[in-house]
Design a protein around this ligand. Structure first.
Ligand SMILES: [Mn+2]
Length: 437
């Protein structure tokens, strides 16, 4: 008996507000459907988050229906549970998963939690409810996303386990939407290993969803990962689906099949070495051209031309040796657009300015302190730092003029004269430096 375990399909996710990304999530689902049909599985289990949102639009519903109908036409049973993204919202009469269940497209499994301990009843097609279903000697038990209640409810399932009739059942699958603590350090609040202890030896295959990173633990806990990439954090995971063969003697083999996802690339550009905005842009241009060649090389054997155009983000990282205002984000975006062939291009500015370190003392006059702040500002910009003293005086003069209500013309004349003088000086400096070499 063979089944396919998928999770976190997130249909309807129009990532970055790009229509083609919406299509990608649909493609990924249809790929999983094709895999199930090609591999002639008996059952597909969807461990939560078939939909990205509780409110589903018509196109998303069509994507889901198309895939589910193909499975139905191939005689494949589909079992699902609610995830945190597609569960019934407060005030809503039913969820879209319940709607699909009503259409006869899958069994939506859930224990009856109105009693304590909870009750597991066999799937009742007429009532459209039930906690488990037996197919070819394999029992599939389903529990939706339960958040913080999950550990307690899993304990209750273990508690009533032996009161169920297990005649003719050689293998037990527990399908639920919950993360195991510690798998993704920045996503706390999952179930602990200790919570799963009572189920060990009872459940043969724990089919999980929720964390978008694939993992398998101790030969009985399996999470396939999301079918498409929901964020850059997930880009490097080898996400996919588990193809599981349950043998007649109750042993099994779970094979993780990597699925096609649109490629994501992160380009990191270090800003520390560039002293002026012009040098920065020149350095960035070279870096982007080299990156484009690398991307082309990496995608040479990409299996699907429809999805080969990547999602690319450029991260600017490091210290800025000049004023942040001189970082021309528009020029950077245009350059990225020009040089990198991609479906989506994003820029993240994670640069830090060189900090101001003003060592003021109590004996300082207000004018001294002001002068110190001006000089610190100038010092932090490599373009002006050689002229800290001269520019500091100039800033103070201009400030005084402004306070004395001087005419803008007069202020401008002073600025112009001083800057020309400094430029000349720097030219002389430069000449001297060149002559020495
Ligand atoms: Mn999810």
């Amino acid at each position: 008996m063979r089944f396919l375990h998928i999770a976190d399909v997130h249909l309807g996710h129009q990532q970055y507000n790009v229509a083609e990304r919406f299509n990608d999530f649909g493609r990924a689902f249809l790929d999983a459907v094709k895999l199930a049909v090609d591999e002639q599985v008996r059952v597909v289990v969807i461990a939560g988050d078939l939909f990205h949102r509780a409110a589903v639009d018509p196109l998303t519903l069509l994507q889901a229906q198309e895939g589910l109908q193909r499975l139905q036409a191939a005689g494949i049973a589909v079992l699902a549970v609610h995830g945190n993204h597609d569960r019934v919202r407060y005030g809503a009469a039913m969820s879209w998963l319940e709607y699909l269940m009503e259409q006869g497209l899958f069994c939506l499994l859930a224990p009856d939690v109105s009693s304590s301990p909870l009750a597991l009843r066999p799937w009742d097609e007429k009532a459209g409810a039930g906690g488990y279903i037996d197919i070819d000697g394999v029992r599939f038990i389903g529990m939706p996303w339960m958040g913080a209640s999950a550990p307690g409810l899993l304990g209750e399932i273990a508690g009533i386990w032996d009161s169920l009739d297990w005649k003719g059942i050689r293998f037990a699958v527990l399908l639920t939407h919950a993360g195991v603590e510690g798998q993704m350090p920045h996503m706390p609040g999952g179930i602990m290993f200790a919570d799963l202890g009572p189920l060990r030896g009872k459940v043969d295959y724990l089919a999980l969803g929720h964390l978008h990173k694939p993992y398998a633990v101790e030969g009985w806990i399996y999470n396939p990962g999301s079918l498409e990439t929901c964020s850059f954090d997930e880009a490097d995971y080898e996400c996919g689906a588990y193809l599981v063969d349950v043998h007649d003697d109750g042993s099994f083999v779970a094979e993780h099949r990597k699925m096609i996802r649109r490629p994501f690339f992160t380009l990191e550009f270090k800003t520390d070495l560039f002293m002026t905005p012009a040098a920065f842009l020149e350095g960035l241009l070279g870096y982007l051209r080299q990156s484009q060649r690398e991307i082309v090389r990496k995608l040479r054997n990409f299996p699907d031309p429809e999805r080969a155009l990547p999602v690319v983000r450029l991260i600017l990282r490091g210290h800025l040796a000049f004023d942040r205002a001189a970082l021309d984000m528009k020029a950077i975006r245009e350059m990225l657009h020009e040089e990198i062939d991609a479906l989506v291009r994003r820029v993240e500015d994670r640069t830090t300015s060189l900090g101001l370190d003003v060592a003021a003392s109590e004996e300082m006059t207000r004018a001294d302190l002001e002068r110190l702040v001006f000089e610190s500002l100038i010092q932090s910009d490599s373009r002006y730092s050689p002229y800290t003293s001269a520019l500091g005086s100039l800033m103070q003069q201009i400030k005084t003029l402004a306070l004395e209500d001087a005419a803008p013309k007069e202020i401008y004349a002073l600025l112009d004269e001083e800057m020309s003088r400094l430029e000349e000086e720097s030219h002389v400096d430069h000449q001297t430096a060149t002559d020495e070499h």
